[in-house]
Structures are given as structure tokens and as C-alpha cells.
Design a protein around this ligand. Structure first.
Ligand code: ATP
Ligand code: MG
Length: 432
């Protein structure tokens, strides 16, 4: 007989196991708490979108659209794509549902994103982001609010060695005159550029600033800075933002080479970087995108937001030994119910439901097993209290209550009516 071959997860798509989820839950809870306290509302959009959406918003020359998307035809022959990021879907949903019509919006989202990249540390094919998007403000105050929220999230999580990098890409006039100056400069050094950068010289020259190649970086040291090309308006807005951050006590460095991977940004862009983490050091990136809503068919509406990679954030926190995993998700049950026979089991299940209703965490023994055996399991489970429903208790509709946790004064086993057990148990739990 042939052995059945084992089915494995798809390369680059990870299971997040029960032992890992307490940390994930803590990160998600801290983010959603901080966002909610700033009055941001969550949006949930489909994982699948029409392929045009991403081509039109992210830009055809970007890495994402040119080589990373999971695109396929569905049964009707429509081209669909698993979302590679969250902004395009949020804008699509906003236009479709009139969210930008005479309104300003503070929105956040979370969920899986899909990119066909080479899997490595901090880079996967299914990964998770939490992101924020704000619509209807062109002023830098909203940018400061968003950066302040991130700062609060990182402080609450105890994230260390993280650095905020800031840049301004100016308006479209700035970018086109800067692009010309950059191409001018780099053309004179073409022989020192790698193949990738040479190709980008004609397709997407600003992305060359992002190059990790050491020779290219050397050439870039003498390149013109985009900050010298900003209009007065962009310059002033950028300086106002920096003033807000100074007043908030949020540190940052200006990085004129920060351009971000997506085509849609203007003016402020930023990344939060954790240098100790290796090549995939950017935890979070974002910026202003004032033309996207119009680009996708809505009325002109300024946008500002970020996407944060949860795998990277969780791994860094793990490596730093952060002590923030949600206790609730890690702890043992408070109570373990021991019972034998289907009548007693039925009573155990009812008891479990009534205890859960008053916020007690209960694990019920399931299946066969002698009382003695179940006691061993109760002890091992870490529960503070065992409730026993044997034949006698079952007949009398009572339950024996035994404290398993060591106490200064031993607490004797006692018996109560089942419908009075939750009061006794909650009192006992409070006193332990
Ligand atoms: P990178 O330069 O690392 O490829 P990016 O510019 O493509 O990042 P964004 O599109 O701005 O990244 O996404 C925001 C964040 O999402 C990143 O900073 C990172 O934390 C996370 N992220 C992006 N791609 C991946 C991936 N393939 N696996 C895990 N996390 C990712
Ligand atoms: Mg990328």
C-alpha cells in the first residue's frame, strides 16, 4: 500500500501556531486600542480585488505590480488579484461607498496581504499588516497624529532601537525636476550602476535611491537631494510637521534618499526602521498620497497613511524578549471539571456554561477516564480549582469543590449544590 504523501503549506505562507498567537494578540490589541482612542474606525475589505485596481493605483513599474502579485482568472475569465497591500482597497471602498463625499475619515485595517517574493526572514508570500489611512486633510497635523499613534504603539509594546526616518517627495513638479537632475547625475556614472539600477534609470529613477548595492550607494553619495527641489509650500509643510514631532518628543532622522516602493506618494514619506533586525529592517512605512482617490475615479481627496508588517514587528519583539504576550491567551483555565458518565457529563457541560457566563475560564474533561486519571490531568493543567461530579454528586445534583493550588492554610474539599457552585467558585478564585 502506498503511503499517502503529506500535504504541506504553500511556500512562504506560514501557520501562526497557538504558542505564538498570544504575542500576536497583544500586538493587535495594543494597536486597536491606540487607534480607537484616537477615534479611528476599522474597515474590512475583501482579499480579492479586480487586478486593474492595483495596476492603476500602485503603478505598473513598481516591484509589486510588475512581479509580485498573485493574479489569476476566475471562472468568468475576470482577472483577480489577492491584495498585496491595503491602501488601494481602502480607497476603492471609500469611493464606492461615498466615504469621501464631504467627509473626512480616520480609518484602520488589518489582515493578510500576498506578494510573490523570495521567502526569507521578514519576507513572506502571505504576511499581515495593520494599517491606517486618513482622508480629507492636506495639512501636516494629521501626519503628526498618525506618527504619534505609532510612537505610542511602539512605546506600549516596549519596542527598542527603532528609528523614524522622514523625507519629503514634494509635489509632482518637484519630482519631475528632481527626476531630471537625478537622471542627469546618474547618467554620468552609468558604468558604476548595477543592471537593475541601469534599467531603472529609464523606468523609475527615484527607486535607484533605494538600492542596497554598495557601489550604487557610493555613487548616490554625490547625488542631488530632493529636499533642495521642494516648493515653498512643501518645504513649509514639512517643517511644520517636524516642529509638531519635536514638541511631541518624537525623535526622527531626515533621510533624503527615502522614496518608498510605491509610486503614489507625494510630500511626506516615512519609515520606522529597526536596525538590529537585518536586511528586512523596515517595520512600517507610509506617507501622503493626495492624487490616488482621483486617480481611481473619486473626487480629489488628500490621503495619508501607513502599512505595518506584523511578522517583522512580532519577530523583533520576540528577539528583544518583550514581555507583552496577552496573559489571557497564555494562561491555564481557572477551573477543571471532572465527571464520569453521560449524566454527570451533561451536568458538567451546564456547569461550564454557567461559570463561563460569570467570566471564569473552564476546561471540561472530555471522553473516557477514571476519576483518578482525570484528577492527574486537572493537576497538570494548572487550573486553580477542580470540580468533581461523580455518581453520588450527579444523583444529588451537587458538586465537590477542591482547591488544587497550594495555599498557606489548606482549604478543605467541600460540596455544594450545582446551581450554587458559580458563587462559591468565584469567591474562592478571588481569595486565592
Ligand atoms: P520592503 O522594502 O521590505 O520590500 P515594501 O516597501 O515593499 O517593503 P510596503 O509595501 O511599504 O513594504 O509594506 C509595509 C510593510 O509591510 C513593510 O515595511 C514590511 O514591514 C511589511 N512587508 C512588506 N512586504 C512584506 C513581505 N513580503 N513579508 C513580510 N512583511 C512585509
Ligand atoms: Mg517590497
Amino acid at each position: 500500500m502506498s503511503k499517502k504523501s503529506q500535504i504541506k503549506a504553500i511556500r512562504g505562507m506560514n501557520d501562526i501556531l497557538p504558542i505564538e498567537t498570544p504575542l500576536w494578540l497583544a500586538v493587535e490589541r495594543v494597536c486597536s486600542d491606540v487607534f480607537a482612542k484616537h477615534n479611528y474606525k476599522q474597515i474590512r475589505t475583501p482579499l480579492l480585488e479586480s487586478t486593474h485596481l492595483f495596476a492603476r493605483s500602485i503603478g505598473a513599474d513598481t516591484d509589486i505590480v510588475s512581479k509580485e502579485m498573485y493574479t489569476f482568472d476566475d471562472r468568468n475569465g475576470d482577472s483577480l488579484t489577492l491584495r498585496p497591500e491595503g491602501t488601494a482597497s481602502t480607497v476603492r471602498a471609500g469611493i464606492e461607498n461615498g466615504l469621501f463625499y464631504n467627509q473626512q475619515q480616520r480609518i484602520w485595517y488589518t489582515g493578510p496581504m500576498f506578494r510573490h517574493e523570495r521567502p526569507q526572514k521578514g519576507r513572506y508570500r502571505q504576511f499581515h499588516q495593520i494599517g491606517v489611512e486618513c482622508y480629507g486633510w492636506s495639512s501636516p497635523d494629521i501626519e503628526a497624529e498618525v506618527l504619534s499613534m505609532l510612537d505610542q504603539v511602539f512605546q506600549t509594546l516596549g519596542l527598542q532601537d527603532t528609528e523614524l526616518q522622514l523625507n519629503s517627495l514634494g509635489d509632482s513638479d518637484t519630482r519631475s525636476s528632481y527626476r531630471a537632475a537625478l537622471v542627469d547625475y546618474l547618467s554620468d556614472h552609468k558604468q558604476s550602476l548595477d543592471e537593475d539600477s541601469q534599467r531603472r534609470l529609464s523606468t523609475n529613477p527615484l527607486r535607484i535611491l533605494d538600492s542596497k548595492n554598495a557601489d550604487v550607494q557610493l555613487v548616490l553619495e554625490g547625488a542631488p537631494s530632493i529636499l533642495d527641489y521642494l516648493s515653498d509650500e512643501s518645504s513649509e509643510s514639512f517643517s511644520t510637521l517636524r516642529g509638531y514631532l519635536d514638541d511631541l518628543g518624537i525623535g526622527y532622522t531626515i533621510n533624503p534618499k527615502l522614496v518608498r516602493g510605491l509610486d503614489y506618494y507625494n510630500d511626506t514619506v516615512f519609515e520606522w526602521v529597526n536596525a538590529g533586525y537585518g536586511a528586512q529592517a523596515t517595520v512600517c512605512g507610509g506617507g501622503r498620497y493626495d492624487s490616488m482617490v482621483e486617480q481611481l475615479g473619486g473626487q480629489a481627496t488628500p490621503g495619508f497613511g501607513f502599512g505595518m508588517g506584523l511578522e517583522r514587528l512580532v519577530q523583533i519583539l520576540q528577539e528583544q524578549g518583550a514581555d507583552i504576550a496577552d496573559r489571557a491567551a497564555q494562561d491555564a483555565a481557572d477551573v477543571f471539571i471532572i465527571s464520569t458518565g453521560s449524566k454527570a457529563r451533561s451536568q458538567a457541560l451546564q456547569l461550564q456554561a454557567s461559570l463561563v457566563a460569570v467570566d471564569v475560564r473552564v476546561q471540561c474533561h472530555m471522553g473516557e477516564g477514571s476519576i483518578k486519571n482525570q484528577f492527574k490531568k486537572a493537576d497538570k493543567s494548572g487550573a486553580a480549582i477542580a470540580l468533581i461530579i461523580g455518581d453520588d454528586e450527579s444523583a444529588a445534583q451537587t458538586v465537590s469543590v477542591k482547591v488544587l493550588r497550594r495555599t498557606a492554610e489548606p482549604i478543605a474539599q467541600q460540596s455544594v449544590l450545582q446551581n450554587e457552585a458559580s458563587k462559591l467558585v468565584t469567591n474562592l478564585l478571588e481569595s486565592l
